[in-house]
Design a protein around this ligand. Structure first.
Ligand code: SAJ
Length: 414
């Protein structure tokens, strides 16, 4: 089998690094994206997202002629769909991007091609994708659930990389590959082995879909446990971070860290796909989502209670990103808390976020973005929302005369 030309549909946080990884192995890669801005940026050898080392890789791939971006799909030997799967109202998964991407590549498919779904998806989506493709191309055969070989092979291979470490994890992580038939899985494995050094483990498409959702739900449930413990400990006057440190000395206990809530576009989203598929059974998974989504409100209550001690307190929010040492503000509980505080305490909130140069739209004109020193000099209340490296270096003496609400346990880590 040879994959001379590989097409990646969706050039975002997963699609673009994957395109660059294939191009680095001297494969011809055609990147497809609906956004003209993304396509133009990539064709200039630049990138439109933030991910360490990606700029260098894309620049090399484009200048050496291995990577080219376009808005219209072209023929290739392998197609990988890496478009978003957000959720709509009432936490229902929205598969419209996958459907549109599938229908857009259908006209250029030819016998022998493989289509791999990379997007995190509810169970059954790979089968739906095969059905959409089949509907557009009655002249070709597609795999049925337990069917035999077909003209077009279809598989699911969810990405599992950690934002900020994508380039390394893309190569080193093991991959779970769910083929719609054994042959589909084997072909997908050969495709991934072009650049993946981790093990590529074969299963069926439904198990692969559920595997990715389970990984993120596992983490969500465990963070919810830590968040619930933190609220219980506040009421019982126990330092939750010391408690967790001590509990984790047990050889079979490994409690995660509480925080201001769960952010990002994966862990706070994916468990809902399981709840949507099994609403009656997924009781723990649903409750974990609710516990984590409620945590920002709990933090706000604490700040409001602390503020009653002052006439017009200056409130410094340390951090806006959804986790430490990144600039990604999407679905960030820290941003949500800063925003709500800015509405409640007009002209009293200052924000420190060393990883951004200008405020996001929701905060523009409402809070002041300032450096750590001036924030600490003026604040009455300091709310630590993200455990950025810069904040870890603050001398605790500077916080002594202030009310500190430390949602990340920054001051409690020895
Ligand atoms: N968080 C806590 N306490 C913890 C750990 C994390 O409050 O102990 C919070 C973080 O602050 C953040 C959120 O959870 O707000 C998510 O952060 P994360 O670092 O756990 O995960 P993501 O969203 O950056 O990436 C996850 C990863 N999944 C797992 O670790 C199981 C990654 O491997 C996936 O590829 C990614 O989701 C994805 O795309 O699904």
């Amino acid at each position: 089998m040879s994959f001379d030309v590989i097409s990646i549909i969706g050039l975002g946080y997963i699609g673009l690094p994957t395109a660059a990884a294939f191009a680095a192995r001297r494969k011809t890669v055609i990147g497809v994206d609906v956004s003209k801005r993304a396509v133009d940026t990539i064709n200039k050898g630049e990138i439109h997202i933030v991910e360490p080392e990606l700029d260098m890789l894309v620049h090399a791939a484009v200048t050496q002629g291995y990577l080219r971006a376009t808005q219209t799909p072209e023929p290739a030997d392998a197609f990988m769909i890496a478009v978003p799967t957000p959720f709509r109202d009432e936490n229902k998964p929205d598969l419209s991007y996958i459907e549109a991407a599938s229908r857009s590549i259908a006209p250029v498919l030819k016998k022998g091609d493989i289509v791999v779904l990379e997007s995190t998806s509810p169970v059954g989506t790979t089968e739906k994708m095969a059905a959409w493709l089949a509907e557009c191309r009655p002249d070709l055969t597609f795999p049925q659930q337990l069917g035999e070989d077909s003209d077009i092979r279809v598989a699911h291979c969810p990405e599992r990389v950690l934002p900020g470490h994508v380039i390394r994890e893309l190569v080193e992580n093991d991959r779970v590959i769910g083929g719609m038939t054994r042959r589909c899985g084997e072909m997908a494995r050969e495709l991934y082995q072009t650049f993946v050094q981790g093990e590529c483990v074969l299963t069926d498409a439904r198990t692969a879909e559920m595997c990715k959702l389970s990984e993120n739900a596992f983490r969500d449930v465990n963070i919810a446990f830590a968040n619930e413990l933190s609220i219980i400990c506040d009421g019982l006057d126990i330092n939750v971070w010391e408690l967790i440190r001590l509990s984790n000395r047990h050889p079979r206990v490994s409690i995660l860290q509480p925080g201001p809530g769960v952010g990002g576009h994966c862990i706070a989203v994916d468990p809902w796909f399981i709840v949507d598929s099994a609403p009656e059974q997924a009781r723990l998974i649903r409750t974990a989502r609710i516990v984590n989504d409620d945590k920002p409100r709990y933090v706000l209550d604490r700040v409001e209670r602390a503020a009653t001690r002052f006439k017009e307190p200056v409130i410094a929010c340390l951090g806006l990103a959804f986790k430490a040492n990144i600039d990604d503000l999407r679905e960030s509980p820290a941003l949500d808390i800063a925003h709500q505080l800015s509405e409640r305490f007009v002209d009293q909130v200052v924000v420190v976020e060393p990883n951004i140069r200008s405020l996001p739209e929701v905060l523009a004109g409402k809070v002041r973005l300032c450096d750590l020193n001036s924030a600490l000099a003026n604040a009455d209340i300091v709310v630590i929302l993200v455990d950025h490296a810069q904040f870890k270096r603050v001398d605790p003496v500077r916080l002594q005369a202030k009310v500190v609400i430390d949602t990340r346990g920054l001051l409690s880590h020895g």
